[in-house]
Design a protein around this ligand. Structure first.
Ligand SMILES: [Fe+2]
Length: 391
């Protein structure tokens, strides 16, 4: 909750800043006395608005700071714009070049005022630095701009702009911290749930991860857009999460199931949706979880959907799930041979499974078999990014 609250405050700060920049933009539009004859009037605010649009929570801080330094330098026409992090272990970001001035000198320019206040000395003279302006980005560091064009001093509006950009960098840094925290939380939740599914049924240990990876490979083969790959990965990991709510006795029964027991097993798709429903960032995977046991001919469960009425994620998961289930040992049978599995897919093509997805499976058969034999991977990190990037 605290994280959510922090995220809201940061987003409120960003909207405020955006409004402020737009206000300055309006003010400047009325002011026809532009000194930047070599640049399109108002382009500096276009540049800053571009920066604000890039202020995404998932943007890596370094990339944003590089962009900020370059955009600010171009909009000021300054010889150099430098980001100096307060933490001396972090490298500075330098856009442009001033003869004879290195990053230690820039740090000197950034921090000299603070030292003055403590009774220390002013920056050492640097002959090539004619004019400079700086702005603090809170606890994160400073933006220093050096030598505006034409040997003049920085104008008040330009100094204001340097402060905006420093604030944006500070905000983006705060966003990144919150993002990392959210990402860690969601990552932990998905991993914990996946581990709980695997612990529930040792026979199927690793099944969730394999289904996830096979589903992604099928999505590639079907040329689905990349964001859907990440969704399928998470849906694959959690498709059977509802089994946590099914009795172990029923789940691991070696003899044939009674009608009542079969119903209890079938309930796992609805239990899965109930478990995940409150995780808003994972709402997009619910159709895959609910419908991965639908059959293409309409004889599956829980809703007896058929054909394209079954969400595509669920149709893909059904193929990936069946492939892995058939090629793994189960309490009631040993794994099937590859030829036998192929035969079953041929027979079920267009009946149990979407024919296009079965064709995709055959088209990347060797890859799928290799994926099935691999260990756990890093794919979850990208998938969590994608989930958090959602609105
Ligand atoms: Fe299932």
């Amino acid at each position: 909750m605290q994280v959510q609250h922090q995220a809201n405050s940061v987003m409120a700060a960003v909207s405020e800043l955006t409004a402020h920049v737009e206000e300055v933009d309006d003010r400047d539009r009325d002011n026809t006395n532009h000194n930047n004859h070599d640049r399109e009037p108002g382009s500096e605010h276009v540049a800053i608005r571009r920066l604000i649009r890039r202020l995404r929570i998932s943007e890596p801080p370094t990339r944003f700071r590089e962009l900020a330094a370059n955009v600010l330098r171009a909009s000021l026409g300054a010889q150099a714009v430098v980001w100096i992090p307060r933490d001396q272990g972090e490298p500075p970001i330098i856009a442009g070049r001033v003869e004879g001035v290195d990053w230690i000198d820039y740090r000197e320019l950034a921090t000299a005022g603070a030292r003055d206040a403590a009774g220390s000395v002013a920056p050492v003279p640097m002959p090539t630095v004619k004019e400079y302006a700086r702005a603090s980005a809170g606890h994160a560091g400073w933006v220093v701009a050096v030598n505006p064009p034409g040997g003049r001093a920085f104008l008040p509006a330009e100094v204001e702009r340097i402060h905006y950009v420093a604030s944006l960098i500070g905000t983006q840094l705060a966003n990144s911290g919150i993002y990392a925290e959210l990402k860690g939380l969601l990552f932990g939740v998905i991993r914990a749930l996946t581990a709980a599914i695997d612990a529930k049924d040792p026979y199927t240990s690793g099944h969730s991860e394999r289904v996830a990876r096979i589903a992604v490979r099928l999505a590639e083969e079907l040329e689905l857009p990349a964001p859907q790959h990440a969704d399928l990965y998470v849906a694959g990991l959690l498709h059977d999460v509802g089994k946590i709510g099914v009795d172990d006795e029923v789940l691991n029964k070696q003899s044939p199931l009674s009608a009542d027991e079969y119903q209890k097993i079938q309930a796992h798709v609805e239990i899965g949706v109930r478990i995940l429903r409150d995780l808003k960032k994972l709402n997009h995977i619910l159709p895959g979880v609910r419908h991965h046991h639908e059959s293409y001919d309409g004889t599956g469960y829980p809703d007896r959907l058929s054909g394209d009425a079954i969400p595509v994620e669920a149709r893909i998961l059904a193929v990936a799930d069946s492939f892995d289930a058939m090629s793994s040992n189960r309490p009631y049978r040993r794994r099937l041979g590859l030829n036998q599995i192929d035969q079953i897919f041929h027979e079920g093509r267009g009946r149990q499974w979407d024919p296009r997805i079965v064709d995709a499976l055959f088209a990347c058969r060797a890859d799928v078999e290799a994926i099935r034999q691999k260990g756990l991977g890093e794919s979850l990190i990208g998938a969590v990014d994608a989930a958090l990037g959602r609105g």
